[in-house]
Write a protein that binds this ligand. Structure first.
Ligand SMILES: C[S@@+](CC[C@H](N)C(=O)[O-])C[C@H]1O[C@@H](n2cnc3c(N)ncnc32)[C@H](O)[C@@H]1O
Length: 261
């Protein structure tokens, strides 16, 4: 199996000397830290709901776990959490953080998401923002392998950027190699791997950006007591809806979530 050259990209990126590693892992480099935190807490919230809704055991396999932020935040909801990542710096960071907090049910290994082989079966397999780094021919084997690692009744949670609307997929080959596929492509592969698929857009980024814009506006207009701000506040739900629709008209990659059973 081949990964894109993205493995090299990630091994280097994880060694960034200054940035918060979660900003590196989430590619939110240019976002102000407050928006980044807002986006991440919403995204972690989606997985949190999935874990909370489960009634039986919660053993989690997290492929491409990055610096372990999701594992650390959701540790209290998991019986065990095994994360794999190709970047040793991320794995080292995740291990240190788990050890510092005494979370010894969280384990992290350096390894490729392709060809993972564990005796254990898992209730939730997490593929958070990683499928774009997989070549087309490796996607189906990866999903079949995920299916093979599921315990009865288990689910796979996928978050991935896709190209909306009428625009074609994009494959970047330069220093940051990634595939931005169409959602329909993923659905077809997931079904072929034997999954029942549900999907939902992840608007965390849009909503966090708009909320921040509103907060900035509040500071500015709030002091002057301008009616414009009060009107804008009333229109807030409408502007969220409008922003969602407008995004679909652009060729920009959009975050999508899938739950596979
Ligand atoms: C966009 S980040 C997502 C990290 C984390 N899942 C999250 O949602 O915050 C992609 C992650 O995939 C990892 N990765 C890339 N190629 C990989 C491979 N072949 N095997 C395992 N991990 C890989 C990177 O090191 C990086 O941590």
């Amino acid at each position: 199996m081949n990964t894109l050259k993205s493995a090299d990209y990630w091994i280097k990126a994880a060694r960034h000397p200054k940035l918060d590693l979660d900003q590196v892992a989430s590619q939110n480099y240019s976002l102000p830290p407050a928006i980044h935190k807002d986006v991440r807490s919403q995204q972690v919230g989606y997985l949190e709901n999935i874990l909370r809704q489960r009634t039986g055991p919660r053993h989690v396999l997290d492929l491409g776990c990055g610096p372990g932020v999701w594992a650390l935040q959701l540790a209290h909801l998991a019986d065990s959490w095994l994360g794999y990542d190709i970047a040793p710096t991320f794995v080292e960071h995740a291990r240190q953080q788990a050890a510092q907090r005494g979370l010894d049910h969280l384990k992290f290994e350096v390894g490729s998401m392709l060809g993972v082989k564990c005796e254990q079966r898992f209730d939730v397999v997490v593929l958070g923002g990683i499928l774009g780094y997989v070549e087309d021919q490796d996607l189906l084997p990866l999903m079949r392998n995920a299916a093979a690692h599921l315990a009865p009744g288990g689910v796979v949670y996928v978050r991935i950027s896709v190209i909306p609307g009428i625009y074609p997929r994009i494959t970047l080959k330069g220093s940051y190699p990634i595939n931005y596929r169409k959602a329909a492509h993923y659905v077809e592969v997931f079904r072929e791997a034997g999954f029942r698929v549900t999907m939902e857009r992840d608007y965390a980024f849009t909503e966090a950006s708009l909320s921040t814009a509103y907060t900035a506006m509040a500071r500015w207009f709030g002091r002057t007591g301008m009616t414009a701000y009060r009107v804008a506040l009333r229109l807030r739900p409408v502007s969220f809806g409008l922003a969602r629709r407008l995004l679909d008209l652009t060729p920009l990659p959009q975050s999508m979530q899938f739950v596979l059973q």
